[in-house]
Design a protein around this ligand. Structure first.
Ligand code: C2O
Ligand code: CU
Length: 490
């Protein structure tokens, strides 16, 4: 059955200003709508778990194949996507902290790829970046193997031509459980994404003009489905592990009428739960949230992404529905106690090394920097992104030593926000625009607001190698806003 699709025509959302022209997209002379609303429907809510192919305890072996597949994202709407195992998102990898994870990977895509384990502290050789691994050619195989040291909500995705490969559908959740997991009624993974589709409901063209604000989609996907419904037991305490896998979209999540109880960030559980009305989740970032399902039987509530201004007119886009949470018809069950203390985290000591990382943007002639993008650029000016004056890969790696605590000041010199991500280590934010965030938490991804500075501390543990840091708006990363940290024994 095909349900009606309401197309909000671009003309209805023409209040975008100035530099934001680049958010509109042409499709055979027709404007592609900036928002496509899809009615709620039953979809596959939870990503399927990858079967563990190794019977040994403490070893998780998973087979992943990257390939082109047809994927249904709404009733009757099927797109040709790039997938892991023919699924969107890819299979959810599940392990316990301390396990060895082995991933037998086969690349059946038409081009080379890698897999990066975002947020998992792996040895550098397993990090899946071109600096340490030549991309796995079309038709080739590679086995990734590493120990997962930390519990938390992580994810995986390619690290070559990531702006296009991730947009095409290559991403999956990676959940590592520890000994201190709170007792909840449910524990679900929610992978958020958006796709830019054209008037024939296929992926729209990859146009260098999308680089400025990143490729913001017009259809929001929750676990690979547009506007799915998840049924929850009334009274229950429901855990949602959110992952933002979108190229560029900021999700400012809220559930009207409900408080959100955040229990975890990128790097696992917080020391204590905290109640919030909304939660900003930038590309690459994760958050673990508990919700008590209060309300009437059969009541339907919409998880919403509130409008957010990250620069260049993005604040003019309307609020967007993400997915629907629907109460069951049964009487409320007993709500499990909301855990208060979770996992203690010691604050890192004063740093002995300080660094300044400046995020910059400029316009250049024919400047579609970065490999492999169509040269269909007709206008002469294009944005170029850089860090400390260097456009990756033409960048000098930063040198660092083991066991040193460093303090990084990430200075955003631009008029838009950038989500900053560091590989291999986890950090603690100590100030955002001079203000102490008031929570000690492990992170690997953090928003750097426009024209503001965020400081974090990181202990560079004994993990030698080359580690990337970059903006997680993938169009920015692939056009120069990326750098390398070389960590070695002192
Ligand atoms: Cu999720 Cu270097 O990336
Ligand atoms: Cu950026």
């Amino acid at each position: 059955m095909t349900r009606p699709l309401r197309l909000a025509l671009a003309t209805a959302i023409t209040t975008l200003t100035g530099a934001c022209m680049d958010m509109g997209n042409m499709d055979d002379g027709m404007m592609i709508p900036e928002v496509i609303e899809v009615d709620a429907s039953e979809g596959p809510f939870q990503p399927t778990a990858a079967p563990d192919l190794d019977p040994a305890p403490n070893v998780v072996e998973v087979a992943l194949e990257a390939k082109v597949s047809d994927i249904e994202i709404a009733p009757g709407r099927t797109l040709s996507m790039w997938t892991y195992n023919g699924q969107l998102p890819g299979p959810r990898i599940e392990a316990r902290a301390g396990d060895t994870v082995r991933v037998r990977f086969k690349n059946s895509l038409p081009e080379a790829t890698t897999i990066h384990w975002h947020g998992v502290r792996v040895p550098a050789a397993m990090d899946g970046v071109p600096a340490v691994q030549s991309p796995i050619a079309a038709g080739a195989e590679f086995t990734y193997e590493f120990v997962v040291p930390d519990a938390g909500t992580f994810w995986y995705h390619p690290h070559v031509r990531s702006d296009e490969q991730v947009e095409r559908g290559l991403y999956g959740a990676f959940v590592v459980r520890g000994d201190a997991e709170p007792a909840t009624t449910t524990d679900r993974t929610v992978v958020l994404d958006d796709l830019l589709i054209d008037s024939s409901w296929q992926l729209g063209e990859f146009d260098p003009m999308q680089a400025m604000v990143g490729r913001q989609g017009n259809v929001i996907l929750t676990n690979g489905w547009a506007h799915p419904i998840v049924e929850v037991a009334r009274g229950g305490l429901h855990r949602f592990r959110f992952i933002n896998a979108a190229n560029a979209r900021y999700f400012r999540l809220a559930l009207p009428g409900h408080r959100l109880i955040q229990i975890g960030t990128d790097g696992g559980l917080l020391p204590a739960s905290r109640e919030v009305d909304e939660l900003l989740l930038v590309p690459g970032e994760r958050a673990d949230v508990l919700v008590v399902a209060t309300g009437e039987a059969n009541e339907a509530m919409e998880w919403t992404s509130l409008r957010y201004d990250r620069g260049h007119g993005t604040g003019d886009l309307p609020d967007a529905v993400v997915f629907q949470m629907k109460h069951g018809s049964d009487a409320p069950i007993t709500t499990p106690a909301i855990p208060d203390a979770l996992v203690p985290i010691a604050a890192l000591p004063e740093a002995t090394v300080q660094r300044e990382i400046k995020l910059e943007e400029s316009m250049a002639m024919g400047g579609d920097h970065g490999a492999g993008h169509g040269s269909s650029m007709s206008s002469d000016m294009a944005p170029v992104f850089s860090i400390n004056g260097q456009v990756y890969p033409d960048a000098t790696p930063l040198a660092a030593s083991f066991e040193i605590v460093e303090e990084w000041s990430i200075v955003n010199t631009t008029e838009m926000d950038h989500p900053f991500h560091l590989h291999g280590f986890r950090f603690q934010v100590v100030s955002v625009d001079g203000v102490d965030p008031g929570v000690v938490a492990w992170r690997d991804s953090i928003n750097i607001p426009a024209e503001k500075t965020v400081k974090f501390r990181v202990r560079l543990e004994d993990n030698a190698g080359t580690w990337m840091f970059h903006c997680h708006i993938l169009e920015h990363a692939e056009r120069g806003m990326m750098g390398e940290l070389e960590v070695a024994a002192p």
